[in-house]
Ligand binder design. Structure first.
Ligand code: ZN
Ligand code: ZN
Length: 212
């Protein structure tokens, strides 16, 4: 069973090839365009998955709720940061929980460090992938110096990701790299933050160094 992913500049959606049910990951900016894209492909958005609470990842949730009453899956540690008006639509997850989207199981991999509730959504199976939010980018990782950030947690989270099946495709929350989609293997080879995973103090010092 192939994995259907349509990456818009606004954010990715995923489901199984041939199934109608589709999850939108980080509904933000132009949600109407995302819903239209899904319809064009003969699919319908049935679930929302949130990587973390930052505005640029969740600002489309109100309009998504207005057009479609879909459940919003978010880690409990980031949920309280979301708008009070949508609290009743939230389905709180913990690391290891899975969400079923049609025939797909999408597991919440709790990866704090950028925010306390940062979650990589992992599609299981042979053609699996992870939606890595602001935790891993192509050749980079998320900031740890914002409120709720923690470089030691980021270190542990990157370690967890580096230990996944190397063939796992990686869909980052921002297109900052030289390619829009990577793999765990590629990041292990090229991502400078993965290269620092041998030493926690070295990683923390490097990650917290002010940017110029
Ligand atoms: Zn963020
Ligand atoms: Zn972001």
């Amino acid at each position: 069973m192939g994995l259907y992913v349509r990456q818009l500049k606004l954010g990715p959606m995923d489901n199984a090839e041939g199934a109608r049910e589709t999850a939108i990951v980080d509904a933000a900016w132009d949600v109407e365009a995302a819903l239209r894209a899904a319809e064009e492909d003969g699919r319908t958005v049935t679930h929302a998955l949130v990587s973390h609470h930052h505005f640029d990842h969740v600002n489309g949730l109100p309009s998504l709720l207005e057009s479609k009453g879909v459940p919003i899956h978010v880690h409990a540690a980031d949920a309280s940061e979301l708008d009070r008006a949508m609290q009743s639509e939230l389905r709180l997850v913990a690391g290891g929980d899975a969400v079923e989207v049609g025939p797909l199981r999408i597991r919440a991999l709790h990866t704090p460090g950028h925010t306390p509730g940062s979650t990589c959504w992992q599609v299981e199976g042979e053609e699996g992938g992870i939606f890595s939010g602001d935790t891993v980018f192509v050749n980079a990782c998320g900031r740890c110096d914002l409120r709720g950030g923690d470089p030691e947690q980021m270190y542990a989270s990157l370690k967890k990701i580096s230990e996944l099946d190397p063939a796992t495709r990686l869909y980052p929350g921002h297109d900052y790299g030289d390619v829009p989609v990577s793999t765990v293997q590629r990041e292990r080879e090229h991502n400078p933050y993965f290269a620092l995973l041998g030493s926690l103090p070295g990683f923390v010092a490097h990650r917290m160094r002010p940017r110029r």
